[in-house]
Design a protein. Structure first.
Length: 241
Protein backbone atom coordinates (compact mmCIF):
# COMPACT_ATOMS: atom_id res chain seq x y z
CA UNK A 1 0.00 0.00 0.00
CA UNK A 2 2.88 2.37 0.75
CA UNK A 3 4.15 2.51 -2.87
CA UNK A 4 0.64 3.32 -4.12
CA UNK A 5 0.35 6.27 -1.70
CA UNK A 6 3.74 7.54 -2.81
CA UNK A 7 2.77 7.34 -6.48
CA UNK A 8 -0.49 9.21 -5.79
CA UNK A 9 1.33 11.96 -3.88
CA UNK A 10 3.86 12.31 -6.68
CA UNK A 11 1.04 12.63 -9.21
CA UNK A 12 -0.66 15.34 -7.15
CA UNK A 13 2.60 17.30 -6.88
CA UNK A 14 3.29 16.95 -10.61
CA UNK A 15 -0.19 18.12 -11.57
CA UNK A 16 -0.03 21.02 -9.12
CA UNK A 17 3.37 22.08 -10.49
CA UNK A 18 2.07 22.02 -14.06
CA UNK A 19 -1.00 24.03 -13.12
CA UNK A 20 1.06 26.60 -11.24
CA UNK A 21 3.51 26.93 -14.14
CA UNK A 22 0.65 27.30 -16.61
CA UNK A 23 -1.06 29.87 -14.42
CA UNK A 24 2.17 31.84 -13.98
CA UNK A 25 2.81 31.80 -17.74
CA UNK A 26 -0.70 33.04 -18.46
CA UNK A 27 -0.42 35.69 -15.76
CA UNK A 28 2.89 36.99 -17.17
CA UNK A 29 1.39 37.17 -20.65
CA UNK A 30 -1.67 39.03 -19.42
CA UNK A 31 -2.30 42.78 -19.69
CA UNK A 32 -1.26 43.12 -16.04
CA UNK A 33 2.32 43.68 -17.28
CA UNK A 34 1.79 45.94 -20.27
CA UNK A 35 4.48 48.61 -20.68
CA UNK A 36 2.85 51.95 -19.93
CA UNK A 37 5.84 54.02 -18.80
CA UNK A 38 9.43 54.20 -20.08
CA UNK A 39 12.27 55.76 -18.06
CA UNK A 40 15.82 56.45 -19.23
CA UNK A 41 18.91 56.46 -16.99
CA UNK A 42 22.61 57.15 -17.60
CA UNK A 43 22.32 60.12 -19.96
CA UNK A 44 24.77 63.03 -19.83
CA UNK A 45 25.08 64.06 -23.47
CA UNK A 46 22.03 62.64 -25.23
CA UNK A 47 18.62 64.34 -24.96
CA UNK A 48 16.18 62.01 -23.18
CA UNK A 49 13.52 62.81 -25.77
CA UNK A 50 15.64 61.24 -28.54
CA UNK A 51 16.01 57.95 -26.65
CA UNK A 52 12.31 57.87 -25.74
CA UNK A 53 11.43 58.42 -29.39
CA UNK A 54 13.55 55.44 -30.42
CA UNK A 55 11.89 53.31 -27.71
CA UNK A 56 8.33 54.48 -28.34
CA UNK A 57 7.33 51.20 -30.03
CA UNK A 58 7.71 49.23 -26.81
CA UNK A 59 4.74 50.89 -25.12
CA UNK A 60 1.75 48.59 -25.12
CA UNK A 61 3.92 45.48 -25.32
CA UNK A 62 4.36 42.95 -22.54
CA UNK A 63 7.02 43.93 -20.01
CA UNK A 64 8.50 40.42 -20.03
CA UNK A 65 7.99 39.41 -23.64
CA UNK A 66 9.04 42.41 -25.76
CA UNK A 67 11.92 41.85 -28.20
CA UNK A 68 14.90 43.08 -26.19
CA UNK A 69 17.50 42.55 -28.92
CA UNK A 70 15.47 44.46 -31.49
CA UNK A 71 14.97 47.39 -29.09
CA UNK A 72 18.67 47.40 -28.15
CA UNK A 73 19.64 47.52 -31.81
CA UNK A 74 17.23 50.38 -32.45
CA UNK A 75 18.50 52.49 -29.54
CA UNK A 76 22.19 51.85 -30.28
CA UNK A 77 21.67 53.40 -33.71
CA UNK A 78 21.88 56.69 -31.81
CA UNK A 79 25.48 57.91 -32.31
CA UNK A 80 26.02 58.70 -28.63
CA UNK A 81 24.78 55.32 -27.34
CA UNK A 82 27.38 52.62 -26.79
CA UNK A 83 25.27 49.97 -25.03
CA UNK A 84 21.84 49.44 -23.50
CA UNK A 85 20.43 47.39 -20.64
CA UNK A 86 16.84 46.98 -19.45
CA UNK A 87 15.32 46.87 -16.00
CA UNK A 88 11.68 46.16 -15.12
CA UNK A 89 9.79 48.08 -12.45
CA UNK A 90 6.58 46.17 -11.91
CA UNK A 91 3.93 46.35 -12.96
CA UNK A 92 4.09 48.78 -15.92
CA UNK A 93 7.48 50.54 -16.15
CA UNK A 94 10.49 49.73 -18.33
CA UNK A 95 13.79 51.36 -17.36
CA UNK A 96 16.35 51.83 -20.16
CA UNK A 97 19.90 52.09 -18.80
CA UNK A 98 22.18 53.72 -21.37
CA UNK A 99 25.97 53.73 -21.48
CA UNK A 100 27.02 56.65 -23.65
CA UNK A 101 30.07 57.03 -25.85
CA UNK A 102 32.49 59.53 -24.34
CA UNK A 103 34.17 62.24 -26.45
CA UNK A 104 37.96 62.29 -26.10
CA UNK A 105 39.00 64.71 -28.85
CA UNK A 106 37.79 67.34 -31.30
CA UNK A 107 38.54 67.30 -35.03
CA UNK A 108 38.37 70.62 -36.88
CA UNK A 109 36.60 70.39 -40.27
CA UNK A 110 35.57 73.14 -42.71
CA UNK A 111 32.01 73.30 -41.36
CA UNK A 112 32.55 73.03 -37.65
CA UNK A 113 34.08 70.73 -35.07
CA UNK A 114 33.52 66.98 -34.70
CA UNK A 115 33.50 65.13 -31.39
CA UNK A 116 35.08 61.68 -31.59
CA UNK A 117 35.48 58.85 -29.09
CA UNK A 118 38.44 56.53 -28.49
CA UNK A 119 37.44 54.32 -31.44
CA UNK A 120 37.24 57.20 -33.90
CA UNK A 121 33.46 57.21 -34.03
CA UNK A 122 31.93 60.56 -35.01
CA UNK A 123 29.58 61.54 -32.18
CA UNK A 124 28.37 65.08 -32.87
CA UNK A 125 29.07 68.05 -35.10
CA UNK A 126 29.34 71.26 -33.09
CA UNK A 127 28.86 74.74 -34.50
CA UNK A 128 30.44 76.38 -31.44
CA UNK A 129 33.14 75.36 -29.00
CA UNK A 130 31.99 72.79 -26.40
CA UNK A 131 31.92 73.45 -22.68
CA UNK A 132 34.31 70.53 -22.12
CA UNK A 133 37.59 71.41 -23.79
CA UNK A 134 39.06 68.22 -25.27
CA UNK A 135 42.37 68.04 -27.17
CA UNK A 136 42.02 69.41 -30.72
CA UNK A 137 43.30 67.19 -33.54
CA UNK A 138 44.57 69.01 -36.65
CA UNK A 139 46.10 67.94 -39.93
CA UNK A 140 43.41 65.26 -40.40
CA UNK A 141 41.50 65.41 -43.67
CA UNK A 142 37.98 64.01 -43.48
CA UNK A 143 35.22 63.83 -46.05
CA UNK A 144 32.48 66.28 -45.18
CA UNK A 145 29.89 63.65 -46.05
CA UNK A 146 30.42 61.59 -42.88
CA UNK A 147 27.50 61.34 -40.49
CA UNK A 148 27.13 60.87 -36.72
CA UNK A 149 27.61 57.29 -35.58
CA UNK A 150 30.06 56.41 -38.34
CA UNK A 151 33.55 55.14 -37.66
CA UNK A 152 35.73 57.69 -39.46
CA UNK A 153 38.35 55.00 -40.22
CA UNK A 154 41.06 57.56 -40.92
CA UNK A 155 44.70 56.40 -40.41
CA UNK A 156 45.87 59.80 -39.16
CA UNK A 157 42.96 60.00 -36.73
CA UNK A 158 43.65 56.46 -35.51
CA UNK A 159 47.31 57.34 -34.94
CA UNK A 160 46.40 60.49 -32.98
CA UNK A 161 43.86 58.65 -30.82
CA UNK A 162 46.45 55.94 -30.16
CA UNK A 163 48.78 58.61 -28.75
CA UNK A 164 46.06 60.17 -26.59
CA UNK A 165 45.07 56.74 -25.29
CA UNK A 166 48.63 56.20 -24.00
CA UNK A 167 48.94 59.59 -22.35
CA UNK A 168 48.95 59.90 -18.54
CA UNK A 169 45.63 61.45 -17.49
CA UNK A 170 47.45 64.33 -15.78
CA UNK A 171 49.23 65.17 -19.04
CA UNK A 172 46.09 64.70 -21.14
CA UNK A 173 44.44 67.66 -19.43
CA UNK A 174 47.40 69.85 -20.51
CA UNK A 175 47.19 69.02 -24.23
CA UNK A 176 45.62 71.80 -26.25
CA UNK A 177 46.34 70.57 -29.78
CA UNK A 178 47.83 67.52 -31.44
CA UNK A 179 48.92 67.97 -35.05
CA UNK A 180 49.44 65.01 -37.39
CA UNK A 181 51.42 65.59 -40.58
CA UNK A 182 51.28 63.56 -43.80
CA UNK A 183 53.89 61.11 -42.45
CA UNK A 184 51.94 60.73 -39.17
CA UNK A 185 54.60 62.61 -37.23
CA UNK A 186 53.13 64.17 -34.10
CA UNK A 187 53.54 67.67 -32.79
CA UNK A 188 51.80 68.54 -29.56
CA UNK A 189 50.94 72.01 -28.27
CA UNK A 190 50.45 72.27 -24.54
CA UNK A 191 47.93 74.71 -23.10
CA UNK A 192 50.91 76.64 -21.73
CA UNK A 193 51.84 77.41 -25.35
CA UNK A 194 54.89 75.12 -25.51
CA UNK A 195 55.38 73.12 -28.72
CA UNK A 196 56.38 69.48 -28.18
CA UNK A 197 57.93 67.66 -31.14
CA UNK A 198 57.29 63.95 -30.72
CA UNK A 199 58.08 62.46 -34.13
CA UNK A 200 56.80 58.97 -34.95
CA UNK A 201 56.11 55.97 -32.74
CA UNK A 202 53.62 53.22 -31.93
CA UNK A 203 54.50 52.96 -28.26
CA UNK A 204 54.25 56.53 -27.00
CA UNK A 205 54.40 55.78 -23.29
CA UNK A 206 58.14 56.35 -22.73
CA UNK A 207 58.06 59.79 -24.40
CA UNK A 208 54.79 60.84 -22.81
CA UNK A 209 55.83 59.73 -19.33
CA UNK A 210 59.15 61.56 -19.75
CA UNK A 211 57.29 64.67 -20.94
CA UNK A 212 54.96 64.59 -17.96
CA UNK A 213 57.86 64.22 -15.53
CA UNK A 214 59.65 67.12 -17.22
CA UNK A 215 56.74 69.60 -17.17
CA UNK A 216 55.93 68.60 -13.58
CA UNK A 217 59.48 69.25 -12.39
CA UNK A 218 59.88 72.35 -10.22
CA UNK A 219 63.11 73.36 -11.95
CA UNK A 220 61.36 73.32 -15.34
CA UNK A 221 58.47 75.35 -13.94
CA UNK A 222 60.92 78.01 -12.80
CA UNK A 223 61.89 78.84 -16.41
CA UNK A 224 58.78 77.56 -18.24
CA UNK A 225 57.80 81.04 -19.44
CA UNK A 226 60.92 81.19 -21.61
CA UNK A 227 60.42 77.75 -23.24
CA UNK A 228 59.37 77.73 -26.92
CA UNK A 229 59.61 74.03 -27.70
CA UNK A 230 60.62 70.62 -26.35
CA UNK A 231 62.08 68.24 -28.94
CA UNK A 232 61.63 64.52 -28.21
CA UNK A 233 62.70 63.32 -31.66
CA UNK A 234 66.30 62.85 -30.51
CA UNK A 235 67.65 60.34 -27.99
CA UNK A 236 67.32 62.92 -25.23
CA UNK A 237 64.78 65.75 -25.03
CA UNK A 238 66.04 69.16 -26.14
CA UNK A 239 64.50 72.31 -24.66
CA UNK A 240 64.47 75.32 -26.96
CA UNK A 241 64.11 78.88 -25.70
Amino acid sequence: MQPKKMNTSFLYVAVLTILLSLGLALFIRSSAFTVQHVMVQGLKLSPESEILKLASGVQGQNLFLFDQEALKHKITLHPLVQSVQFQRKLPHTLVIIVTERTPVALVVVPKGVLEVDTQGIFLRRLESWPNNDYPVLTGINLKDTVGPGQNLANPSLTAALNLLGQSPSELLSQIGELHVDSLQQMTMYLRSGVEVRLGQANDWRPKLNALFQLVSDNEYKSFQQGVRYIDFTAAKPVIGR
